[in-house]
Design a binder for this molecule. Structure first.
Ligand code: DGL
Length: 277
């Protein structure tokens, strides 16, 4: 496997772009191939086997494109079936799980709220994770079924978003939560709104940089870090030189609009944007 091979990243939609951004920041010389499975979103309302079939399909696409590692940039897919996916493919596969451990460590009140998709909170993998910390803190689960579609629609500033976030967060605050886990990669894009509602005394736990660091560790361990593109200019300015290719199984016009908004035009390197299926 060549060190210059790309890293494959996928999510049900745009949530994983928050993880891709963290990877871009930490590893600017790595080429990225991002797949948004928007034609099959949201995963949060689907059965585990359906999600697993989508994961297999996307992984086949990414491995055919020659990626050296895969990041499952979706808590729902990770908790549903990452173990099965890893058993099928020998390359490094990094997932993202709700940050229950850092939340429990950060909490002073001993009450932690986990915001996630209904599916994530119902998986045995999440139950095992939450159970591990059950004697250290009270972990309250808050499914947020309507949030992903609103984020996919880039509807950040309307009353609907404020009302929805209030309805999910207030019950957690009322029960004494001083730490909130963003257990879905989409929620990173409304982290500031969540912090605004929760107030300055509440910590918000995000996991995208931890995922990027874990990817870096796994690549280094396998001798797969790309050193080809490292130049003094890149090191000084942190400017990405590597390509990023974006695919969607949904509508490409909508995806392009989402990319302009969330990836940022200064760093937007859409070399291709094909329909996956
Ligand atoms: N972004 C995904 C996650 O982290 C899920 C979104 C969805 O429901 O499709 O869980």
């Amino acid at each position: 496997m060549a060190n210059s091979a790309a890293i494959g990243i996928f999510d049900s939609g745009i949530g994983g772009l928050s993880v891709a951004r963290a990877i871009r920041e930490l590893l600017p010389n790595e080429s990225l191939i991002y797949v948004a499975d928007s034609g099959h979103a949201p995963y949060g309302e689907k059965a585990d086997d359906y999600i697993y079939q989508r994961m297999l399909h996307i992984t086949r696409h990414l491995t055919a494109a020659g990626v050296k590692a895969i990041v499952v940039a979706c808590n729902t897919a990770t908790t549903a079936a990452i173990a099965k996916l890893r058993a099928q493919y020998p390359l490094p596969i990094i997932g993202v799980e709700p940050g229950v451990k850092p939340a429990v460590l950060a909490s002073k009140s001993g009450v932690v709220g986990v915001l996630a998709t209904p599916r994530t909170l119902l998986t045995p993998a999440f139950a095992t994770l939450a159970q591990r910390y059950a004697n250290q803190a009270k972990v309250i689960l808050q499914p947020c079924p309507q949030l992903v579609p609103l984020i996919e629609a880039l509807d950040f500033s309307g009353n609907k978003m404020q009302a929805l976030l209030q309805s999910y967060i207030q019950p957690l605050l009322a029960q004494g939560a001083d730490t909130l886990v963003l257990g879905c990669t989409h929620y990173n894009f409304v982290a500031d709104l969540i912090a605004g509602i929760a107030g300055p005394d509440v910590s918000i736990i995000r996991t995208e940089m931890a995922v990027a660091r874990e990817l870096q560790r796994r690549l280094a361990e396998a001798g797969l870090i790309n050193t080809d593109l490292i130049t003094p200019d890149l090191i000084n300015k942190g400017t990405a030189k590597a390509a990023a290719i974006f695919y969607t199984s949904g509508n490409t016009d909508i995806f392009n609009t989402q990319l302009q908004c969330l990836w940022g035009s200064a760093d937007l390197r859409v070399t291709d944007c094909k329909t996956l299926l």
